[in-house]
Design a protein around this ligand. Structure first.
Ligand SMILES: [Zn+2]
Length: 149
């Protein structure tokens, strides 16, 4: 593609930033969204909901296509995550307790959270004995890879 062979500088002055297919700089778009949200959260939420309703099928289709065409990358990601999970499981972990926690989470509609995220650098230094807790799905998704010791 021609656009990828040319030097591109975005509005904020970053050269060759990651961009959407339509050419917009991802970081600039993210910052613009943030500004609009802070200016009028209710209005921004409303507009986002309208956008989502109008475009969710398109983006779900794209995501599906990407899962199919990039199967290898996805498999590699999943394998890496499984390995990290295994590494974060101490040999003295009580499998029955862990199983119980997942069953309780299922019943309560909660998530089992790795207190220290699997992808956080401090995971290898941590004592991993009681590394699981119950969180609401909302809290867990918000937490993502963050960890405050
Ligand atoms: Zn930019």
């Amino acid at each position: 593609m021609l656009s990828q062979t040319l030097e591109y500088t975005c509005k904020r002055g970053t050269s060759n930033p990651p961009r959407y297919a339509d050419g917009r700089c991802k970081e600039c778009k993210r910052k613009k969204n943030r500004r609009q949200h802070l200016k009028d959260p209710a209005k921004h939420r409303h507009r986002s909901a309208i956008f989502y309703a109008a475009n969710s099928e398109k983006y779900r289709g794209l995501a599906r296509l990407q899962r199919q065409t990039r199967r290898g990358e996805l498999n590699a990601y999943c394998a890496k995550r499984r390995a990290k999970k295994l590494r974060a499981t101490p040999i003295w972990a009580n499998n029955e307790k862990v199983r119980e926690l997942y069953l309780i989470a299922k019943q309560k509609g909660q998530h089992v959270d790795h207190i220290i995220p699997l992808n956080n650098p401090s995971v290898m230094r941590a004592a991993l004995g009681s590394q699981l807790q119950l969180l609401s799905p909302n809290e867990n998704l918000k937490k993502s890879n963050h960890f405050n010791p």
